[in-house]
Design a protein around this ligand. Structure first.
Ligand code: LLP
Length: 482
């Protein structure tokens, strides 16, 4: 039977089809086990946008979106909105996928999760169980990791202006690697470890001079970047000589990070080649042995149904293939490979839920659907022009009938979450779900307009657990003194 009408989609939902089954193939023929073998082709152009939601997202027979076995409309009722959900299975799955895919081709790979994408204590515990290391970039992120007894030898401390206090904290706690960014830090760190009479393992962050073709605000691999020692100016070589002559610093290797949402593999390949050639030169000149090569994060994820980005397996296959051939071509010994995915681990796991309030129609011009959050919890659309999809979570099978713009409630006309999107007919009180909100929304949230930050719930096997309570008005004033 051909399922190309709404009725058929309802039939599908009642069978509790998962997103993988329903949406990963445009037209797929399959058997329904337990039912006499029907051959069904699904026209996904009529289907809702579940493919971007966490793995195994589904629609129940009330037509509500279900994540991690939880009806999200119930969660919105129980915990209030705006609400951020994280699906634990998706999070764990991505950690394993990165490890498995990279180690398959390059066994000595260490995955370190870039905490800046989102870290709190509950997530840090999950990462501790799953086994990746952590990239931290501040005393705050380091303290969160420390608070759950995260193994600090697997922590890499980044940042272009680590303060004296932060460096001292890192040394007190014994972080595994400090990724030194500039000459000031190299000198300061050398002095601190000298005073303590300890030895600290470091990497040098190098700027390869490679354009990753991403948003200019998240481009870091080009020569004018504020991060790292540029290779082309000779400063990288100078940093190597200084680090090698610092008796308490143990230079293990190099780090680069090209940028974020890098949807091509060629920039990584070029940067690896430049850095490995540089390492070879340093080996010839100074006998330096590269034991770690950290190629940063930046792996893109799809935010919209039409985005085309490599899968984790694509990135892993291409990058390790290039690395293997460079190593044998240049006759180098094998360094440990370190990767630092942030967005690609946590992005798809997160879903933002909002409640619809005012609906404003400007006849013939625009229809605004206003929700109870906005740039205070997700500044990405306003800051980077980031695009998202959305779904009416309590009408998850509803067919898009009109084009609307989802606006936030903050006092700024740029407070638009999603422009011109086709949604099922929306009314006040409906719940809007926005997928792929797990990375860089909460960490970049603010109290603009004195908005309390949202609550965060982690879902797993039909249970929603609060992992950060909603801020209260009292919280907002708790640091004020009069
Ligand atoms: N390693 C380093 C040194 C980084 O600076 C970053 C991100 C990562 C790893 C992780 O990158 P990812 O895999 O998540 O792309 N606020 C922006 C993203 C800024 C990324 C900053 N650095 C956004 O919302 O898109």
């Amino acid at each position: 039977m051909d399922l190309d009408d709404e009725e058929s989609l309802r039939f599908f939902a009642s069978l509790r089809m998962t997103n993988e089954l329903l949406f990963e193939n445009s037209f797929k023929t399959f058997d329904l086990s337990g039912i006499t073998s029907y051959h069904i082709s699904v026209n996904t152009s009529r289907a809702p946008k579940l493919a971007l939601f966490p793995l195994a997202a589904e629609v129940n027979n009330q037509e509500h979106l279900v994540i991690g076995g939880c009806d999200v409309v119930d969660l919105a009722r129980e915990f209030g909105t705006p609400l951020y959900l994280f699906d634990e299975s998706t999070l764990r799955h991505r950690c394993r996928e990165f490890k498995d895919e990279f180690c398959k081709h390059y066994p000595d790979t260490l995955v370190i999760y870039a905490s800046k994408a989102f870290l709190n204590r509950a997530l840090a515990l999950i990462f501790k169980e799953e086994g990746p290391g952590l990239d931290v970039v501040s005393g705050g992120e380091l303290s969160i990791a420390h608070s759950v007894d995260f193994p600090l030898d697997k922590v890499y401390f980044h940042g272009n202006n680590k303060t004296l206090e932060e460096l001292n904290l890192a040394l007190d706690l014994g972080v595994g690697r400090i990724v030194v960014d500039n000459f000031y830090e190299l000198e300061l760190l050398n002095k601190l470890v000298g005073e303590r009479e300890i030895n600290q393992k470091i990497l040098l962050r190098l700027t390869p001079g490679v354009d990753p073709h991403t948003h200019q605000y998240t481009t870091t691999g080009t020569i004018e970047s504020k991060f790292g020692f540029p290779r082309a100016t000779g400063q990288a070589e100078e940093a190597v000589t200084q680090a090698l002559s610092a008796s308490n610093l143990n230079l293990l290797g190099f780090h680069f990070h090209l940028g974020s949402s890098v949807s091509e593999v060629q920039p990584y390949e070029l940067a690896m080649e430049l850095l490995l050639r540089f390492a070879q030169e340093m080996s010839r000149k100074f006998g330096f042995n590269l034991s770690e090569l950290d190629i940063g994060g930046g792996f893109a994820v799809p935010y919209t149904l039409d985005s085309k980005v490599p899968t984790v397996a694509d990135y892993a296959g291409a990058l390790t293939g290039k690395l293997n051939s460079l190593i044998s071509g240049l006759g180098l010994s094998r360094p440990r490979l370190i990767i630092e995915p942030g967005r690609a681990i946590v992005g798809q796991s997160g879903v933002a839920l909002y409640k619809v309030g005012a609906i404003k129609e400007i006849p013939g011009i625009k229809k605004y659907v206003c929700v109870d959050g906005g740039i205070s919890d997700n500044i990405r659309p306003a800051l980077y022009g980031a695009k998202y999809e959305a779904l009416v979570a309590n009408k998850a099978l509803g067919v898009g009938r009109e084009v609307v713009t989802i606006a936030g409630k903050l006092c700024q006309s740029g407070d638009i979450l999603v422009r011109d999107i086709n949604l099922a007919s929306v009314h006040p009180g409906d719940i809007i779900a926005i997928p792929v909100c797990g990375a860089y929304s909460i960490p970049m949230s603010s109290n603009y307009n004195a908005m309390p930050r949202p609550a965060i719930v982690i879902v797993k096997e039909g249970r929603g657990r609060l992992i950060r309570r909603r801020e209260t008005y009292q919280d907002l004033m708790s640091l004020d003194l009069i």
